[in-house]
Design a protein around this ligand. Sequence first.
Ligand SMILES: C[S@@+](CC[C@H](N)C(=O)[O-])C[C@H]1O[C@@H](n2cnc3c(N)ncnc32)[C@H](O)[C@@H]1O
Length: 209
Amino acid sequence: MSLPTPIYDLKQFDSVYEPSEDTFLFIDALEADLEYIHSLRPSCILEVGSGSGIVITSLARHFQTQCLFFATDINPVACLCTKQTAYLNNVVVHCTNMNLYCNFKSIFDIILFNPPYVCTEDSEIKPGINRSWAGGRDGRIIIDQFLSQLKLFLSDSGVCYMVALKENKPYEIMATMKVLGFNSCIIKERRILGEHLFVIRFIKEGNLK
Ligand SMILES: C[S@@+](CC[C@H](N)C(=O)[O-])C[C@H]1O[C@@H](n2cnc3c(N)ncnc32)[C@H](O)[C@@H]1O
């Protein structure tokens, strides 16, 4: 089973994060975990911070009409870009401009997030392309907001995948998530262009799958 890179075109979207090594590592990690994802028989999949939309579109192409696909981004231009990428690949992704998943009343079987993880001053987290990368102290400001609410939005048998950088202290993140009732493991890691990137998988404790 594979997840080929979807067609995308960022020409009209200059404030949108261009798919980079972290994006492709994330798709590689999901591809390597596809058998597990299938075993969950997901019906609702969400990507938070979808940017260009190629990550959620790669899953939408794979699962086609077996699931509903949702995406959010705090950058409204990224939402337009995600919708275009889905359209170019003949799939439907419902993308909404929002902060993380705050406005949803539903739960999801799979939640994906490649967050803004770069360590910066908190003041650098500001609208536009900055929101793609600026992560504030330890690169953890947005990551910690996202993880603190995960329990509310993930189904009991669901799974969350998140990208993190070594400087974000992935093992500390996993220990914190244990306290919040999640088991986690690193499913992929790669050193690229001076960055050491991880993809972490979180499942709720008691989920035997
Ligand atoms: C590193 S980029 C990843 C984009 C895309 N998912 C990818 O992998 O190429 C992070 C994305 O998260 C979005 N983002 C940042 N903070 C957010 C928030 N609080 N809520 C929703 N989206 C956010 C940014 O606008 C950006 O599109």
